[in-house]
Design a protein around this ligand. Structure first.
Ligand code: ATR
Length: 276
């Protein structure tokens, strides 16, 4: 019997707390798409076989979360330009029988900051804390947003230097650089926390004066205020936001790649927030 319901899933480990099934179910209802979306706990050493079985069984698309974004990058038969630049894949799309790897994280962050929050980006000095995979995924779209400068600061400066070297070709001369945490001042209009420090309830060891009057975004999200945003608020931040909007926006972009329909996100962000 032909299965008329299009099949999608998120692969991760852990994956239990993923909000993606809820988000995509709301997108599907909104756009009247007959699709099912599941979460699948994949053993850490079995990504390729699990992904292959999923697509062999008729699956049409996957979201990929920790720790499989690099495995998905290698699994894909073709990569979009933004996946190549990010060096990681968070979305797999089966199109004309070919499995394409895409990365919608950076696009999601940009949509949240620029369109939902309407924070200033162009001609601004932007500070990014962290230099891991999450930051790598957002650099190209942020550079394309025409900032005055982007500074990457990281606990181990070497990793920040490597990112600056890799992304230099996408930046205007001198506009992309890195600094040690101890060298930061208060010139930044927008500060994005791309470290995983909040996960452990920790903070990047920066002087709290950097937050004064800055727009502060944490790529992490949680039910209560994240450690980073708490610090930013108590240090006089202009505005704060966590990464829930980015989560929904990257999902919306994945959905668009799969279904060629763009769901609206505002009500979905609110409903996911309410359910937390
Ligand atoms: P991800 O893919 O989520 O970016 P990652 O590649 O492991 O994960 O990177 C984690 C980032 O968070 C790194 O920038 C890390 O800093 P180091 O490169 O110096 O390790 C940063 N990080 C994690 N815990 C931190 C903490 N307690 N304080 C400051 N930075 C932290």
């Amino acid at each position: 019997m032909t299965n008329l319901t299009a099949s999608y899933a998120v692969f991760g480990n852990p994956v239990e707390h993923s909000k993606s099934p809820d988000i995509h179910q709301q997108f599907a209802e909104q756009t009247q798409q007959a699709m099912c979306y599941e979460k699948k706990l994949v053993p850490v050493d079995a990504f390729d076989s699990a992904a292959q079985s999923f697509f062999d069984d008729g699956g049409l698309g996957l979201n990929i979360t920790v720790p499989f974004k690099l495995a998905a990058y290698h699994f894909a038969a073709q990569l979009t330009e933004r996946a190549k630049t990010a060096g990681a894949v968070n979305t797999l799309i089966k199109r004309d029988g070919i499995i394409i790897g895409d990365n919608t994280d950076g696009c999601g962050l940009l949509r949240d900051i620029r369109d939902n929050l309407q924070w200033p980006l162009a001609q601004q000095n932007i500070l990014i804390l962290g230099a891991g995979g999450a930051v790598r995924g957002i650099l190209a779209p942020l550079l394309a947003a025409n900032p005055q400068s982007i500074t990457i600061a990281n606990r181990s400066l070497k990793k920040a230097q490597t990112l600056v070297e890799q992304f230099q070709p996408l930046a205007d001369t001198g506009s992309l650089s890195c600094l040690d945490y101890t060298e930061l001042n208060d010139k930044y209009k927008l500060i994005i926390n791309g470290t995983s420090a909040s996960l452990a309830g920790q903070l990047p060891a920066v002087n709290s004066l950097i937050y004064h009057q800055a727009y502060c975004y944490d790529m992490m999200y949680s039910k209560s205020t994240t450690t980073f945003l708490h610090q930013a608020k108590t240090s006089g931040a202009q505005a704060t936001a966590d990464g829930l909007g980015m989560l929904v926006e990257q999902a919306a972009e994945s959905f668009y790649q799969w279904r060629e329909l763009r769901p609206t996100t505002k009500s979905v962000i609110a409903s996911i927030r309410d359910a937390m």
